[in-house]
Design a protein. Sequence first.
Length: 100
Amino acid sequence: MQILLPWQPDGDQALQRQRFAHERNQLVQRFGGLTSFSRAPAKGLWRDDESGAVVPDDIVVLEVMTPTLDKAWWASHRAELEQRFEQDEIVVRAHLVEQL
């Protein structure tokens, strides 16, 4: 599972650190660990549907491994993240992994 969370370079750094720490702690508690791709936020672009403008977006990716997919929990958690991070939408995606 991957969660793409917004990083606002000009935002309140203390608040951002608090939000990310809460999320990391919650995921480690539930799944026993996580990987955070946060050294340099990834640079994204998206097109605003209303204005058509291309908007830059910095993100941090959090990843957990889980043997089962609880879609109801993830949908609820995504909604909670959208409120906590004050976002219209946060991407949470699942990847099937075949361990070799």
